[in-house]
Ligand binder design. Structure first.
Ligand SMILES: [Zn+2]
Length: 95
């Protein structure tokens, strides 16, 4: 009986840890679907900067919050921007 109790307690603690610092579950919406007038511009450094890491990698959907269709657009835009040297392919300055 004691062993089982400990296991249950551990489970509880584990769940608590998981819940901490997250707050209520909020559904991310694709900003391009939400606002039809919002256009992705591969010539805009500012906009491209939102979708890459400081190392220059393209952010995944779980960070951008975009839907599959618009994530593909983002990927394409970032790749175009890289060729135009709007954003770097990679940054060697960052350790
Ligand atoms: Zn979308």
């Amino acid at each position: 009986m004691p062993r089982r109790m400990i296991k249950d307690k551990d489970k509880e603690r584990h769940n608590k840890k998981k819940m901490m610092g997250r707050g209520p579950i909020r559904k991310k919406t694709c900003r391009f679907c939400a606002d039809k007038n919002l256009r992705l511009d591969y010539k805009s450094t500012q906009q491209m900067g939102l979708y890459i890491t400081e190392r220059g990698k393209i952010l995944p959907r779980r960070f951008t919050g975009a839907c599959a269709k618009h994530q593909r657009d983002i990927t394409l835009a970032v790749k175009r921007a890289r060729i135009l040297a709007v954003v770097p392919f990679t940054s060697t300055q960052v350790i």
